[in-house]
Design a protein. Sequence first.
Lengths: 111, 119
Amino acid sequence: QSVLTQPPSVSGAPGQRVTISCTGSSSNIGAGYDVHWYQQLPGTAPKLLIYGNSNRPSGVPDRFSGSKSGTSASLAISGLQAEDEADYYCQSYDSSLSASYVFGTGTKVTV
Amino acid sequence: QVQLQESGPGLVKPSETLSLTCAVSGGSISGYYWNWIRQPPGKGLEWIGYMYYSGSTNYNPSLKSRVTISMDTSKNQFSLRLSSVTAADTAVYYCARSTNIVVRGFDPWGQGTLVTVSS
């Protein structure tokens, strides 16, 4: 069971904007640890989409944006495209008794 | 650019040890954290552990008693051993690099290899 909670699914029409939430606690996101986001296209390995809460690696379209506030983070996809249909995972560090790098539960985006 | 490729047996018997290797090409092992991450079929991602290029390790507490990560710098590769496996260890296993996991995450990832635990 993950300590970072995401909605199981979100959907939107082409061109629309969707957001994915990642809810943590005072031992991970709320403690100030950065949140990263990964995109996993069907049958492929995850790919880093956003690092350090809001930074895009080279080559990632600016349609993808990230933010963080309090014990939560969000990934926004604007101008939704068919190729954005994938699973998305948030990731951070948890400093509880079982300190570890943790992933969110994952969100399936349907276009 | 750096590329990672996992290899190893696709089928392991219960109670035996799972062994995988990640070959690193297009870059050096030096200066990075080298990670193993797994994903059971249809489920989410779980960080297993890392070895820093200097040799230090850090493992997920839930797996720590069964995990060993090692490195062969002469071959530019690192390995995972997971002992006493059960069906719950059936997953796609990925290797991934990080410059600093807390602030940069995992990037890039290997393509992954499916390991099934079954008799």
